[in-house]
Design a binder for this molecule. Structure first.
Ligand code: CO
Length: 498
């Protein structure tokens, strides 16, 4: 028999979910159609909703309910809901209100200072507020607690139940493998012609192509929509999951792959079980798993040869000049590898090296082994070591990402975890779904989505990410699958033995 404390807990959690949905809508509106004059009232609305969410999850009543819960009387699913609500309650309650307010104030201030510092290549002007943010986050780690490394407490905000020790043991071999491959590709002297996807691609054509692909993937436009923003994102969940993309009329890649990437995030959010709606089991388990969904569709499917065998003729209807190309020309053009300084422009092979650098610096910062003033030099040294390039400015170096300005320490590793998970998913799916390649070549993604729905999406926060991946694919988390995937793919593209 179910405990009534459980029902009351879920009722409060439903309110929390509804408030989060409101907060999502405010954020979406702010980035799409909000008139500039509403900035002030929007900030007040945001802070009100955020405050209400915080009040509900940390409330005394919630604490009492969690304490009185008779978990042995609950089903396995219900126990998982309690575990996750308890986790949220304890983490949020452990941060003193004054500290939380100080952090959001520093975030807002930090963002403004960072924007200017990045524009003016002026790290010195950003250093004091970055130092303050690091100090505040250091206080957070003490309140949250950790077993070994303070950084772990921050990491858990984005990748619950993961430690930096585990990440380090996986990133080590990844680094060795990738550095070696990047070097071999550079030494080969082969250059891939990316001209087919450069030129003039009017926005209308890109938009209707994006919608066509998203529809084929199974994205439900009845429960979502596609708009344009400076930085693409996905927002919402279940019956209202919206995505945005950004079109570059001179380059086909950002728009199309931006749409597919966000489409992957959205399919995850649209794929929870109706019966779990407004509970933690209808929420994403971690940012790494979220990113595995976007990367799977964007890179593993969208940047594959069978994908372009299917979509080149369709793309040619929108952009007739592409009709003269062979699918393999497009496949190669969207898979060029070149070390670069800017993370968001990096290719599949070099991307993770950008992340490994950030992870290394972040862990050093929180161990007290790296001072703020020494960040630019430490950054530049590592770019030279990992990618063979040294940034000439901090704008193209340690000032390029907004994450640290808003205190997102522990966030970066989830991008790479997403890539690693996605390669394991490919291997697991390949074993279960016959003729994966020929399905993609026919533009049939139904079985792929069924696999993702049943193995990943439907579980929400039922299992920690590592366990979810092990159950879904049969493999423990490692870098092996990703390394074999890029090795095979890029050996073919570059005609060398990686
Ligand atoms: Co993403």
């Amino acid at each position: 028999m179910k405990d009534s404390a459980f029902d009351e807990m879920l009722e409060i959690y439903e309110e929390i979910t509804r408030l989060k949905q409101l907060s999502d809508l405010l954020m979406w509106d702010q980035n799409t159609y909000m008139p500039p004059g509403s900035v002030g009232s929007r900030a007040a609305q945001n802070s009100l909703v955020t405050g209400l969410i915080h009040q509900r999850i940390t409330s005394k009543r919630m604490g009492e309910l969690l304490a009185s819960m008779k978990e042995s009387e609950l089903s396995e699913q219900e126990q998982a809901m309690v575990r996750e609500v308890r986790r949220d309650h304890e983490r949020k309650s452990s941060i003193p209100e004054k500290l939380a307010r100080e952090i959001s104030k520093t975030e807002a201030e930090g963002t403004q200072i960072w924007v200017k510092a990045k524009q003016n290549n002026d790290f010195a002007s950003f250093a004091p507020i970055l130092g303050r943010m690091i100090d505040l986050k250091g206080q957070v780690t003490e309140h949250l607690g950790y077993a070994e490394n303070p950084y772990d407490a921050l990491l858990e905000d984005y990748e619950p139940y993961m430690t930096s020790r585990e990440i380090r043991s996986i990133f080590g071999p990844l680094r060795a493998g990738l550095v070696n491959m990047v070097k071999k590709i550079a030494d080969s002297g082969h250059e891939i012609d990316s001209s087919p996807i450069m030129g003039s691609f009017p926005k209308e054509g890109q938009e209707s192509l994006s919608k066509r692909i998203l529809g084929d993937m199974g994205y439900d436009f009845e429960r979502g929509r596609l708009d344009v923003t400076e930085h693409p994102f996905t927002v919402g969940s279940m019956d209202d999951t919206r995505i945005t993309t950004k079109y570059n009329i001179e380059d086909l890649r950002p728009g199309i792959f931006g749409s597919i990437h966000e489409g992957g995030h959205a399919l995850y959010e649209q794929g929870f079980l109706e019966e779990n709606y407004c509970s933690p089991l209808a929420e994403s388990v971690s940012l790494g798993i979220h990113e595995s969904q976007s990367r799977f569709w964007e890179n593993i499917i969208g940047r594959s040869l069978p994908f372009w065998e299917h979509y080149l003729p369709i793309t040619g209807e929108h952009f007739p000049r592409l009709k003269r190309y062979d699918p393999v020309d497009i496949y190669r053009a969207v898979n060029t590898v070149a070390p670069s300084l800017i993370r968001v422009q990096a290719d599949e092979v070099t991307y993770n090296l950008h992340i490994l650098i950030r992870f290394e610096l972040e862990t050093k910062i929180f161990k007290g082994e790296l001072d703020v003033k020494d960040i630019p030099e430490a950054w530049n040294e590592r770019y030279e070591e990992f990618l063979g390039l040294r940034p000439k400015t901090d704008t193209t170096g340690c000032l390029q990402d907004i994450h640290w300005a808003v205190g997102y320490f522990g966030y970066f590793p989830t991008y790479t975890l997403g890539n690693l998970y996605s390669a394991q998913i490919l291997d697991g799916m390949g074993r279960d779904v016959a003729d994966l390649h020929s399905r993609v070549k026919r533009g049939e993604f139904g079985e792929i989505l069924v696999w993702l729905r049943s193995r990943i999406h439907r579980h929400g926060r039922m299992y920690p990410a590592k366990e979810l991946i092990r159950r879904a694919t049969g493999y423990e988390l490692s870098s092996d699958h990703f390394l074999s995937y890029v090795k095979e793919k890029y050996s073919g593209i570059y005609g060398i033995n990686l």
